[in-house]
Design a protein around this ligand. Sequence first.
Ligand code: SF4
Length: 319
Amino acid sequence: MSTSLGRHLNFWLGCAKLDQRGCSHCIMFHNLRKWGKNPFVLTPGAEATWNAPANLNKPAFWNVCNSSDFFWEAADPYRADAWEVMRASPRHTFHILTRRPERIAACLPPDFFNPQSAIRNPQFDHVLIGISISTQTELAKAAPFLKAVPGPKFLAAAPLLGFLDLRTHFGGASPLPAPGAPWAAGEGSGVRGGDSSPGTRHPALSFVVAQGELGPSASPTHPIWLHHLRDQCRGLGIPFNFDGWGEWSPLLTHEAAGLEDIPNALLATDGAMQRSLHPAAIVDFIQRRAQDCPVTMLRRGADETGRALDGRVYQEYPP
Ligand code: SF4
């Protein structure tokens, strides 16, 4: 789990899967096996890794434990030292992304914030904690824990696997586009991206990042889910980032030929998929699912799908 903004800082490797959709196809297990490591057992990072922030003078973004979960129970003996590494390097920005938000409060350094004022210790202002979620159900469970963290924090819809309604948890009364709003491939939802970065800070979320799923068993991300999330961010004044489609991306209107050999599927906005290439099955799916905006998704592979949404790259950060 990570954002594309920075370097990797794996104080340790490995994780235990949770009963969450985003864990079921987690590419970390695939990667660690490829590197000859047991992904279910914690492997401490090398000394050079622990020293990397101190040895880099130029300010940088660091994705902390993106081949693990910073709040994994097995990492409890190592975490205090990791906090001190981050505290000692205020010129850098550290992003900690977790699927265990219920553990955050108990795993913060004792002086992370003042319990009376709920103001964060400035020594940790450069550390942003984020939750990784994939569905509205996961968001509903995780949001209260994230909101309870004083200071800057973020949300990663990674992988994004359905509609998310941010407003319930992060305020605002901005109108939403209807989930079935018309989508013309390559042309956007009709609500354009607007400025590259809002000029004010949202009180609860520093930024939102979305991405598609990676790995051999990845599911596709419907473009309307992305439009819906991006447009809510616009309405709420939250910077929006899109880190890429993952394994699947939509067939665009100008791509008429030469794609016959690429695996494809029809995807509806409720997540239903039709993989059969039989023309009758395709017609049947489109007719039955017309209200759910079926789109053709192509499994091009993560190296080919890219990071463009409606022809532009969203990489925004708070002012
Ligand atoms: S918590 Fe993160 S790293 Fe751990 S299994 Fe789930 S997705 Fe993978």
